[in-house]
Design a binder for this molecule. Structure first.
Ligand code: GAR
Length: 217
């Protein structure tokens, strides 16, 4: 393998099923990319156990220990700078990051969001999709920019909403897509195929006019 090592840090807040999908994918791939640290802002996040079971070092930076958002962001930024990762993966990391933080790591920070962005930024995406009667739904991986859930979208996976399903069923099906989409995007990134330039996504050095689409049903 001639590729230089690509160090990844994954930020989580909870279950970590996307983290697990990324761990499993890297384990099965012929890649020099590795997760060097999993950081949670919640001490009891189940994803920490997933990381430990995979032999990955973990840190907890408990946001409740910081009186102000800026102080938490500073602590997180300091930890990240010490680790010096190539890619910072937000995988169910449920903290809004300050503009200063995001600018510091611009081009390195990616997030997965359970909607076809720009539709349904924010929370409760599945219930809102059902309430609107949308037929298409899915998930997006995007670069993180200061505006919440508004950064350039790298790729999306979509599904057709079934008339009979409720928000929980839809959430489960979207999560299954997430577990395929996030590893796919991370493979492109670790291979150096994806970059952010002037708020546009480059794929193989060419501006990508719209998100790549993975259709799975
Ligand atoms: C995922 O479904 C992800 O899309 C969502 O949190 C879940 C985390 O699940 N993220 C957001 O809503 C961010 N705006 P996981 O901890 O099992 O990976």
């Amino acid at each position: 393998m001639n590729q230089p090592a690509v160090d990844i840090v994954v930020l989580i807040s909870g279950n970590g099923s996307n983290l697990q999908a990324i761990i499993d994918h890297l384990d099965q791939s012929d890649t020099s990319a590795r997760i060097v640290r999993v950081i949670s802002n919640r001490p009891n996040a189940y994803g920490l156990q997933r990381a430990q079971a995979a032999g990955i070092a973990t840190d907890v930076i408990d946001h409740q220990a910081y009186a102000e958002r800026a102080a938490f962001d500073q602590a997180l930024a300091d930890r990240l700078e010490a680790l010096n990762p190539t890619i910072i993966v937000l995988a169910g990391f449920m903290r809004i990051l300050s503009a200063a933080f995001v600018e510091r790591f611009r081009g390195q920070l990616i997030n997965i969001h359970p909607s076809l962005l720009p539709a349904y930024r924010g929370r409760d995406t599945h219930a809102r999709v059902l309430a609107a009667g949308d037929q298409q739904h899915g998930c997006s991986v995007h670069y993180v920019t200061p505006d919440l859930d508004a950064g350039p979208v790298i790729a999306q996976a979509m599904l057709t909403v079934q008339p009979s399903e409720d928000a929980e069923q839809l959430a489960n099906r979207v999560q299954a897509l997430e577990h395929q989409l996030y590893p796919a995007v991370i493979s492109w990134m670790t291979a150096g195929r994806v970059a952010l330039h002037d708020d546009q996504v480059l794929f193989d050095r060419v501006v990508q006019p719209s998100p790549r689409r993975l259709s799975m049903d």
